[in-house]
Design a protein around this ligand. Structure first.
Ligand SMILES: Cc1cc2nc3c(=O)[nH]c(=O)nc-3n(C[C@H](O)[C@H](O)[C@H](O)COP(=O)(O)OP(=O)(O)OC[C@H]3O[C@@H](n4cnc5c(N)ncnc54)[C@H](O)[C@@H]3O)c2cc1C
Length: 360
């Protein structure tokens, strides 16, 4: 296994920004992962002496211009297996299939494969870039579905002891763009595979506004003859991909990591105050709190639609998405995003949080 030195990280991220990794390796199986951990430990057998970073598809990170002074481990272990739930004694497993995918598998290829096999559960998450191993880290979500809805377990290796552990869904502590794997304790775990429970029984989830509209308007003509039945798995996947095309830029043309910020979650009291100033603010209940679509705030309250500063902009079709021209520096991104964060705070009193993770 090769440990490369001074590897530019820009080409391994969708933002295409950032400096070099002091050391870099690609792991294709668990043995190689242990080898990488040994390398990071050096002669010190007790704990890691070198910082290390686990890299998937690089679609949710922003690397600093100074790069990463440690070992970057790129996860490329692949392989998908299917197990029929009907073989289990558990009655609730009838019609269910357990799908286990390795951490380095491409997320969207997994979704495509499950759709092809007529397995329900991942179709609304079509088109999200990145790897399977990163999906539980921020509990990826889109179009009314989240990874946590189908994740049964996550297998991970404790980087400090080398011990393997299987986390149940509840042990993963999933919440909106969060999980145990983002906590200080959780960061020591390297996810090696994820098991999902999918269903052979059709269960279309068209709860999300854009999907509902797609099938009631855009899809109407094409589906008129089919209007007596709900959309198929492949129709839903096609719809999600089409809707996403209108929202996100093409990764081959600009650098981006998708939504830069999370939608803010605020108290009822804070929301009542906000509504006095901006009565049309849309909202969704989120447990005992309120979730606000930040894109609406950026457009309608802050007037930042398409805001551009040098080579960095808020994407016109979806202002949560920060895009950067080739050759943009980390500092230029930070300059625009800090300004936006301050404007939102001034106008609404809300502290917005980054969804993208900084690597420095
Ligand atoms: C155009 C675009 C659209 C997007 N749309 C969505 C969307 O709709 N919904 C959504 O939720 N996200 C979206 N994202 C964000 C991103 O695709 C997801 O967060 C994705 O899961 C990141 O996967 P990755 O493999 O690229 O992770 P990376 O960016 O490589 O890593 C992200 C984090 O996960 C950690 N990590 C990665 N692999 C492992 C592992 N095996 N074990 C432990 N930690 C690991 C990394 O250390 C890092 O902290 C979008 C991004 C882009 C660029």
């Amino acid at each position: 296994m090769k440990f490369l030195e001074n590897v530019s990280l820009a080409e391994y991220t969708t933002f295409k920004i950032g400096g070099k990794a002091k050391y870099f390796c690609v792991v294709k199986n668990e043995e190689e992962l242990y080898e990488a951990l040994d390398f990071a430990k050096g002669k010190n057998t007790e704990s890691l002496i070198m910082p290390f970073f686990i890299l998937g598809g690089g679609s949710n990170i922003l690397v600093s211009d100074d790069g990463f002074d440690g070992l970057v481990v790129k996860m490329e272990m692949t392989g998908v297996s299917f197990e029929d739930g009907e073989k289990s004694d558990n009655k609730t497993d009838v019609g269910k299939i357990l799908v286990t995918a390795q951490a380095g598998d491409n997320w969207d290829r997994l979704v495509a494969e499950t759709v092809k096999k007529e397995l329900w559960g991942l179709e609304n998450l079509s088109g999200i870039p990145g790897t399977v191993g990163a999906a539980p880290v921020q509990d990826i979500g889109a179009y009314g579905a989240e990874a946590k809805d189908t994740i049964v377990s996550v297998r991970a290796i404790d980087s400090t002891t080398g011990a393997a552990r299987t986390f149940t869904n509840s042990e993963c502590q999933f919440s909106y763009r969060e999980s145990f794997f983002k906590t200080a304790e959780g960061k020591k775990y390297i996810i090696t595979s994820v098991t999902f429970k999918l269903s052979k029984i059709p269960s279309p989830n068209l709860s999300y506004k854009d999907l509902k509209e797609y099938f009631s308007e855009n899809g109407r003509e094409e589906r008129d003859s089919l209007s007596s039945r709900p959309p198929s798995l492949s129709e839903i996947r096609k719809a999600v991909i089409e809707i996403r095309k209108g929202k996100f830029p093409e990764l081959s043309k600009v650098g981006t990591a998708g939504s830069f910020w999370k939608n803010p979650i605020i108290s009822n009291q804070q929301f009542e105050k906000l509504k006095i100033r901006y009565p049309n603010t849309p909202s969704f209940s989120f447990g005992d709190k309120i979730k606000i679509p930040l894109a609406w705030i950026l457009d309608n309250v802050c007037g930042l639609k398409g805001y551009t500063k040098g080579p960095v902009s808020l994407w016109t079709n979806q202002p949560l998405v920060v895009v950067a021209e080739k050759g943009t520096s980390f500092k230029e991104i930070e300059s625009l995003t800090c300004e936006v964060t301050n404007i939102v705070k001034q106008k609404t009193g809300i502290d917005i949080e980054k969804e993208v993770q900084y690597i420095a």
